[in-house]
Write a protein that binds this ligand. Sequence first.
Ligand SMILES: Nc1nc2c(c(=O)[nH]1)N[C@H]1C(S)=C(S)[C@@H](COP(=O)(O)O)O[C@H]1N2
Ligand SMILES: [Mo]
Length: 336
Amino acid sequence: MDGPPVRDHGTADPGAPTRMAPAGTIKRQRPPEALDAPVTAVDDVYLIGHFGIAQVPPDTWRLRVDGRVARPLELDLDGLRAMSSTTVTAVLECYGNPLRPREPTRRAGNVVWRGTPVSAVLDRAGAEGELLWARGHDSGVFDGRPCTEYLKDLPLAVVRERGVLAYEMNGEPLTAEHGFPVRLFVPGYFGTNNVKWLRSLTVADRRAEHLFTTELYQRPSATGALRPVRDLDVNSLVTAVRRDGRTLHVAGWAWGSSEVVGVEVGVLGDDEAWVPAELGRPAGSRYAWRRFGATVPAAGVRRVRARARDAAGARQPLTGDRNACHVVDVESGNAT
Ligand SMILES: Nc1nc2c(c(=O)[nH]1)N[C@H]1C(S)=C(S)[C@@H](COP(=O)(O)O)O[C@H]1N2
Ligand SMILES: [Mo]
């Protein structure tokens, strides 16, 4: 065949673009104090769609698996649901606005994900390669840049080890907003990688050149070279501050791609004192968040904050970066 390859959208009507409703970047989130439950209710899970919300009809939906595979395949929803399923409770966290990547946005939730292990589909296809390109059905304009699709490239070994083709959140089918009918979820990775409205998986040996792969969602490594935004940073949220006579109870959630091994609560009055918090077990898998709590004397305390550290030795910065300590004003309850 001459000319550039025609892209197969993997649907009954390959030419029809998916309807975006609403179209245009959409963001929604609840304040940290609404995130106090161990598992975040779907309505309280923040929402990000760079191009809006894709409305994908389930009956014509297909997942296409191609690229460096022995047996390219297409699965419909029943076919995918008929395969083995897995359930994992893990944190979904947004890296933040890719145009202002050092700003904390406090968008996180802990969700029970259920779906087909990506490994089952990759094994069926006979996949062998370095990277997995995951494409979504959504398209539109982000930051003035028109895109025909949302695309991420991920290390195949990691996706094979723990990735899920998720069709349920908290025991309910995915909502349109969160990626119906199927999205990718990789525990321990930032939200940007968890492609919603999944359309295809392509096994490849090189990075995908795209606005959301090699341009945005890149961060400097120790050497200064850019690396893709993947592993979750160590982070925490203060979700409850309660005064009880002369004491103050401070609690919240801490998480990261590496296990959280300690949280300190900073108590700010005229001075700042740091108190070690008690740590609960992860509320789910090792990629779920874990509870922390501390009880401190209330006298003179104006603000509190939390600082988590992980098994790899990383600690949240006090200020100045996306995972900087979350500070809560004790009187107003207002977070910064
Ligand atoms: N197809 C598609 N997938 C996507 C996005 C998107 O815009 N399109 N946004 C990503 C980002 S940046 C985040 S943080 C999560 C948000 O998932 P949620 O809206 O279900 O909370 O989805 C990711 N997957
Ligand atoms: Mo995000």
